[in-house]
Design a protein around this ligand. Structure first.
Ligand code: GLV
Ligand code: GLV
Length: 274
């Protein structure tokens, strides 16, 4: 599971280990270098969870923008006493600017949905896409700072690694619009969570939708107190269909390795070089 840290110590402790098959697409919980050195194959579950994770990203975006959780509580608590011109006002989504940080499969699936909302779509990725591909997807490349300044909605869909750890901290929140809404369905530590709480409390940004946290399953107590935050328990890929596909993928990769075959979703091809 992505919640199991498979570090060098764990890998070393079993000299017969052949494969670590992660039930997740992100594999920051695994010391891949140590695995490769010991000849252990590492696999993950790319592709099958792309659309489900993009759906949850959008569910959070819409929930924060239109205050769905607050509204539901309001109605259930019997506070709905009649239609009001200023009741529970949220923010427009249609026609706004979306900035996507991390533009792999999931980021691109988030962008595809955004086109239906007639959004201007900015993206940042370590290696820029070809102009052709950008045109096909209807997206524009932007440096992170520019993206943060221009976006009304910021979606984090990057993997966690050394270059994305605390990519969004105090300085970055300063750059954002005070009406910005930040969504994170990538990995918690990409955002400095204390800085996020401060930014939300001080009104530097308008809201956040989070599926992942810095110290899962702990959630910063500051987040729990805020109405303009929607929290889900790391369920980006959490649909029946998707979790079934992930399970089959993991099983097939394990079986492949044990049969001496190369698994389909190998993270460390270097392991088969020697
Ligand atoms: C979930 O977070 C995954 O990486 O699959
Ligand atoms: C709202 O319900 C409207 O009819 O404008």
């Amino acid at each position: 599971m992505l919640s199991d840290p498979i570090d060098g110590g764990v890998i070393k402790s079993n000299p017969d280990l052949k494969v670590v098959a992660n039930y997740a697409v992100g594999y920051n919980n695994i010391d891949v270098e140590a695995a490769t050195r010991q000849g252990v194959a590492v696999t993950n579950t790319p592709g099958v969870l792309t659309e489900a994770t993009a759906d949850l990203t959008w569910a959070l975006l819409m929930a924060v923008a239109r205050r769905i959780i607050e509204s539901d509580q309001f109605v259930r608590q019997g506070q709905f006493k009649g239609w009001g011109p200023r009741l529970m006002l949220g923010s427009d989504v249609y026609g706004k600017t979306l900035g996507i940080i991390g533009f792999g499969r999931i980021g691109q699936a988030v962008a595809r949905r955004a086109r239906g909302f007639n959004m201007e779509i900015l993206y940042n990725k370590r290696t820029r896409l070809s102009r052709d591909r950008e045109e096909k997807l209807g997206v524009q490349y932007a440096e992170v700072d520019e993206l943060l300044k221009r976006a009304d909605y910021i979606s984090i869909n990057a993997p966690l690694n050394k270059s994305t750890y605390h990519l969004v901290g105090l300085q970055e929140f300063e750059l954002m619009k005070n009406t910005a809404i930040v969504i994170n369905t990538g990995r918690g530590p990409i955002i400095d969570e204390s800085a996020l709480v401060e930014a939300l409390k001080e009104g530097k940004i308008a809201g956040a939708g989070l599926d992942v946290y810095e110290e899962e399953p702990e959630v910063h107590p500051g987040l729990m107190e805020l109405d303009n935050v929607v929290l889900t328990p790391h369920t980006g890929s959490g649909t029946i269909e998707t979790r079934d596909k992930m399970a089959v993928m993991v099983a097939e990769d394990v079986i492949a390795v044990l049969k001496g075959k190369r698994p389909a979703n190998l993270v460390n091809p270097g392991v088969y070089k020697n």
